[in-house]
Design a protein around this ligand. Structure first.
Ligand code: ATP
Ligand code: MG
Length: 256
């Protein structure tokens, strides 16, 4: 049975996609079977895994609308060691098209059920909004991974996400929980970041992952080569942090 995690934060540019592709590659590098689902019409996680979003035969859009199965639409990210259910701009239309469909929040959940036995982890990269697409992600997940930068408004921005997760938990998916907050783009030389990091720990306790992802230029360069940093430059500090995070996730899942 696969454990399914959404990487979500409605704030833009906080490191969701970087977290999704590098965790996927990190988990694959330690022998886990991984499916990465791109739920963002920007298709960054697709491209960042070396899969050309413009050349997809079918995508997560077709899966949501029921015209392809996950099995049919998923492709192998050769260099990365995981499978990709890709996305492109077509997906932005799904928001409207889904509204009239039956079980519109559970389309992805129902589709993923068919491949449950083939993977250890299914990771879903969510768009920067609390839209019907994100809702589809939250409805199928066992947990949410929330990447966040340790900045002044970090805690405030979490309120909407936490409330949405509570509502989904109460009404649509009783399994859902925040598995953890992941501190990303961290620079220990900045006092404010240390302070916010401490605040996060006192507020959320063991919901804050032990692993911290440093700000690291190799992670930012990797997407232009169509690779996660973990594959592009395994020796980079940021890549090593994501492999450590993969180990931490495997440990957490054992205790779930
Ligand atoms: P969006 O909300 O648009 O989907 P996102 O939350 O998925 O954005 P990313 O695309 O992962 O965020 O990251 C935003 C930018 O920050 C990218 O240019 C990425 O390369 C860079 N970045 C992410 N993590 C790091 C890091 N640890 N060190 C340096 N740069 C990073
Ligand atoms: Mg993104």
């Amino acid at each position: 049975m696969a454990k399914i995690f959404c990487v979500a934060n409605q704030k833009g540019g906080v490191g969701k996609t970087t977290t999704t592709v590098n965790l996927a590659a990190g988990l694959a590098s330690i022998g886990q079977r991984v499916l990465m689902v791109d739920l963002d019409p920007q298709g960054n996680a697709t491209m960042g895994s070396g899969v050309d979003k413009r050349a997809l035969q079918s995508s997560v859009y077709d899966v949501l609308l029921g015209s392809a199965s996950v099995q049919q639409a998923a492709v192998r990210a050769q260099a990365c060691g995981y499978q990709v259910l890709g996305a492109n701009r077509e997906l932005s239309g799904a928001e409207v098209e889904l509204v009239d469909l039956e079980q519109r929040e559970k389309r992805l959940k129902n589709a993923l059920a068919a491949v449950d036995a083939q993977y250890d982890f299914i990771l879903i990269d969510c768009p920067p909004s609390l839209s019907l697409l994100t809702l589809n992600g939250l409805c199928c997940a066992h947990g949410v991974i929330v990447p966040m930068q340790c900045e002044y408004f970090a805690l405030e921005g979490l309120t909407d996400l936490v409330n949405t997760i509570k509502q989904v938990h109460a009404n649509l998916n009783p399994d859902l929980q925040i598995i953890g907050l992941l501190r990303v783009m961290f620079d220990p030389r900045i006092t404010l970041q240390q302070q916010v990091s401490e605040q996060l720990k006192s507020h959320f306790g063991d919901k804050v992952f032990d692993t911290v992802i440093p700000r690291n230029v190799r992670l930012a360069e990797a997407p232009s080569y169509g690779l996660p940093g973990v594959v592009f430059d395994p020796a980079a500090k940021g890549s090593q942090a994501f492999v450590a995070f993969a180990h931490e996730m495997v440990g957490r899942v054992r205790r779930m």
